[in-house]
Design a binder for this molecule. Structure first.
Ligand code: IPM
Ligand code: MN
Length: 371
């Protein structure tokens, strides 16, 4: 029995989560697995009603689950940054989900490149540090002090920034930070994954030619970890990487990236594979509670229209099964999605005419046929 906390979230979140749960229900009917789902209202509606984001009580409750399944968080009525930091990033940081795994296989025939090129890339995005530590603020009149704090499982850090500029302007700061121990454990996880899939080469992304303080530590740890593990590695600057992902995605198999660049290149890569409608992600704490979600957001303008593609969320459920140690069932979901596509069922984003619910039904049917 797996205890799963379900956070449907906002916008189209509840619709796509409902389809993924249909698929999980079919697994429990046909295979030896049982789920205990419990839904939580941790979203913008509750925030607008009560002012609450992720509360201590939520955290206490979520700790009792094996895993977290999330739809999407985001609402136009709320200023950018509040829900993102207050709920989504708060979940990732609170549960110390320091790895963000975003698989990007080419989904034939939906790839968006003009040229036929086959690829299957796993992106691993560091998920708790870099430019996501919120060390920053604004200084007016050129003078002031920022007293900041970064609290993670590995440390509780105070940072003070004293600014004294000779021009009385407004200044804004956003400082990136990485710690050796976090890079080490992140690299260990990526290397372990390489062992699992028998891969010997890791492409490591950064911008060490400009942000050479933060990314020289990153490089130092990666070089050391790969040497010890007998893996080969190649460093790529992120600008060249974006170009290469469009030009020669078949050059890459496992890609490791800092948080911010990972955010950007995984949207790019999702588009190359077939679109955001097909891209899942796992926020992984290898020793704790992980969280699975589609890479896309809450798309409020499509809410309730039964037209959004649920496959990214269904594939997030596949990753959740893999993570719970049931790779056999993860494979069933993957084959179900492939089977539905092969029957010619797909949603508008992919040029088809299936609705959200018809797409979920087609995956369910494909799984039934496989039995
Ligand atoms: C993502 C999103 C989030 C991120 C935002 C909503 C905080 O873009 O999951 O890629 O930047 O990580
Ligand atoms: Mn993103």
């Amino acid at each position: 029995m797996y205890k799963i906390a379900v956070l449907p979230g906002d916008g189209i979140g509840p619709e796509v989560v409902a389809e993924a749960m249909k698929v999980l229900d079919v697994l429990s009917e046909n295979y030896s697995v049982k789920f205990d789902f419990q839904e939580f209202e941790i979203n913008s509606e509750r925030y607008l009603r009560t002012g609450e984001l992720l509360t201590d009580e939520d955290i206490g409750q979520l700790k009792r689950f094996d895993t977290i399944f999330l739809g999407a968080i985001g609402d136009d009525r709320v200023k950018p940054g509040i829900l993102e930091k207050g709920i989504l990033l708060a979940l990732r940081f609170t549960f110390d989900q320091y790895v963000n795994h975003r698989p990007a296989p080419l989904w034939k025939p939906f790839g968006r490149l003009k040229r036929e090129v086959d690829f299957n890339i796993d992106v691993f995005r560091e998920n708790t540090e870099d430019y996501y530590v919120a060390v920053g603020g604004r200084i007016s009149q050129g003078k002031g002090t920022l007293d900041l704090r970064v609290k993670r499982h590995l440390y509780d850090m105070k940072v003070r920034l004293d600014v004294d500029a000779d021009a009385p302007d407004d200044y804004a700061f956003e400082i990136g930070m990485m710690s050796r121990r976090n890079i080490e454990r992140f690299a260990d996880h990526v290397i372990e994954y390489c062992d699992l899939i028998n891969e010997n080469y890791i492409t490591v992304v950064d911008k060490a030619n400009v942000c050479s303080n933060i990314y020289s530590l990153w490089r130092e740890v990666w070089a050391d970890k790969c040497r010890r593990a007998g893996k080969q590695l190649g460093f790529m600057f992120v600008d060249a990487m974006t170009m290469a992902l469009v030009k020669n995605p078949d050059r890459f198999r496992v890609v490791a990236t800092p948080n911010m660049f990972g955010d950007i290149i995984t949207d790019l890569l999702a588009e190359v594979t077939g679109g955001l409608g097909l891209a899942p992600g796992g926020n992984i704490n290898p020793q704790g509670i992980s969280m699975f979600e589609p890479v896309h957001g809450s798309a409020p303008k499509y809410k309730g229209m039964n037209r959004i593609n649920p496959v990214a969320t269904i594939l997030a459920a596949k990753m959740m099964m893999d993570n719970l140690g049931r790779r056999d069932l993860g494979q069933v979901i993957f084959d179900g999605v492939r089977g539905a596509f092969d029957q010619g069922v797909y949603t508008k984003d992919l040029g088809g005419n299936a609705t959200t619910r018809q797409m979920g039904d087609a995956v369910v049917d494909a799984i039934h046929r496989m039995k």
